[in-house]
Design a protein around this ligand. Structure first.
Ligand code: TYD
Ligand code: MG
Length: 461
């Protein structure tokens, strides 16, 4: 009997090869090739007859003759969600929602379904993880639902396709891709082959019949959606739902979007009755901030086009260890070490025998260079035991010579500081000059202090 043909797939990038290798030739990651049956003929439709309705009429068309249907974006009813999607749900789009287990993906999507159903859209919620009554239990906490929402606990693709045919929903939720399987594909649910086949089927379904499809994907240890990158390039939009499980707030981040801006984020808070939107995150993050304490400063960072005020804390103290301890929570550890070396060399501050603990408060992760100056200020403030004026905000990148360099979107950062009631803003000198020249931000209520070198910071601490 002929041996069944198997191939090796890269778990990271989906690269195929007939021989096992330690390193993936595609993405050069180690130990990522797994064996799986080769996809059956006729893939990605798993040997099933290709659903070619509509395909036959598709012909090459001149670009100026193509009609655009922009009117059709559907608002989700949650402005924070719409912002990340780029203004609403695009019919026929395929959206991947990734995130750690238990972060709130199912809750978020169920709430979206509830609002869509209330707006009169038919919605089909397919769950391979929970039974209908379990979903109902969650739904009870969220609120009342209308009859436009259909629950379907199922994992087989043919039953799901049939249900989509019968219900004709405008939006379909697949929760989660790792639990679904296609009967025509001989591989375990959650395996690379299955995930790829199913995404192929869903892609075709979305493009041909027009429902928008949201796929939930769990994230692996490495931080990728399982069966990951190949899934990311097949879908139109990739959203990550993230946040510190111990902190109450969650962020929905767009990392890819064919129909809107990327890097936008929406902020939510997990409460007893589900997720609540946080329209003004700056005020939210500043809650309970200590005033006039050494080692605490406020920075204005950008996430996409959105400014955020965040508290940065540092604790510098004499070490009792042979090698001083350094930790960085919510930012890059190496960056903190580098900035401490800059302080040591350029300002002559002896930090080699100090422990340093740095924390971006509120559980956010900030990797932006504009954070640098705040890290420096917090370290200096803690080292000298002197506080910074609590109505002062900072932003700016710090170079190896100790120079303060310009950052992008300075106007927005200043505008956000003014809006939140800060009266002093320490920023790179070049940014200050360009803001004053452009004159498109109202700076009457705020004192702008341009700095060129971190030396100048000492005056304000
Ligand atoms: P869930 O949506 O099931 O996460 P995921 O689908 O991403 O795995 O979220 C589960 C968590 O949210 C769980 O720890 C309980 C919490 N939760 C609330 O705090 N309040 C609520 O109203 C709901 C529905 C869940
Ligand atoms: Mg879930």
């Amino acid at each position: 009997m002929a041996k069944e043909k198997t191939l090796f797939f890269c778990k990271e990038c989906g690269f195929e090869t007939s021989k096992w290798q330690g390193q993936c030739p595609g993405c050069h990651a180690w130990n990522v090739l797994v064996e799986a049956p080769a996809a059956p003929k006729g893939s990605p439709f798993g040997g099933r007859k290709k659903p070619d309705a509509g395909l036959a009429q598709n012909k090459p068309t001149k670009i100026n003759k193509v009609e655009m249907r922009e009117e059709s974006r559907k608002p989700t009813g949650m402005p924070e969600f719409d912002r990340v999607l780029g203004g609403g749900i695009v019919p026929g789009s395929l959206v991947l929602v990734g995130g750690d287990p238990g972060i709130g993906k199912s809750t978020l999507l169920l709430q979206m379904c509830r609002l869509l159903a209330q707006a009169g859209e038919k919605v089909l919620y397919v769950s391979g993880e929970e039974s209908a009554s379990q979903i109902k239990m969650r739904a009870e906490r969220i609120g009342t639902f209308t009859d436009e929402l259909f629950l379907f606990p199922e994992t087989g693709m043919s039953a799901i396709m049939q249900a989509v045919d019968e219900v004709k929903p405008a939006v379909v939720i697949i929760d989660s891709i790792q639990t679904m399987y296609d009967e025509n594909t001989d591989a375990a649910p959650g395996s690379v082959t299955q995930v790829r086949e199913i995404t192929g089927i869903l892609l075709h379904l979305a493009k041909m019949q027009g429902p928008a499809i949201f796929i939930v994907g769990h994230v692996t240890k490495e931080g990728n959606v399982a069966g990951p990158r190949m899934l990311e390039h097949m879908v139109d939009t990739v959203l990550y739902f993230e946040g510190d499980k111990t902190a109450m707030y969650r962020m929905l981040r767009g990392v890819k979007n064919r129909f809107g801006p990327t890097n936008e984020i929406g902020v939510f808070e997990m409460r007893n009755q589900g997720l609540v939107e946080v329209p003004d995150p700056s005020a939210y993050m500043m809650q309970g901030r200590p005033e006039n304490e050494a080692g605490s400063v406020v920075v204005c960072t950008m996430e996409g086009t959105r400014p955020f005020l965040i508290e940065v804390q540092a604790l510098v103290c004499q070490t009792t260890f042979p090698v001083p301890r350094r930790t960085a929570v919510g930012t890059d550890y190496n960056r903190v070490n580098l900035l401490m070396a800059v302080l040591e060399k350029r300002l002559g501050i002896r930090m080699a025998d100090c422990d340093a603990y740095v924390n971006v408060a509120g559980g956010m992760r900030v990797m932006e260079p504009a954070l640098d100056i705040a890290l420096v200020a917090a370290l200096l403030s803690s080292y000298h035991g002197r506080s910074m004026d609590s109505h002062t905000i900072l932003f700016g990148e710090v170079g190896l010579v100790g120079e303060v360099r310009a950052v992008s979107q300075a106007e927005r950062r200043v505008a956000e500081s003014v809006k939140t009631g800060y009266t002093t803003c320490i920023l790179p000198q070049t940014n200050k000059i360009s803001i004053e020249k452009a004159g498109n931000v109202d700076i009457s209520g705020v004192r702008l202090i341009g700095v060129k070198h971190i030396r100048e910071l000492l005056e304000y601490i």
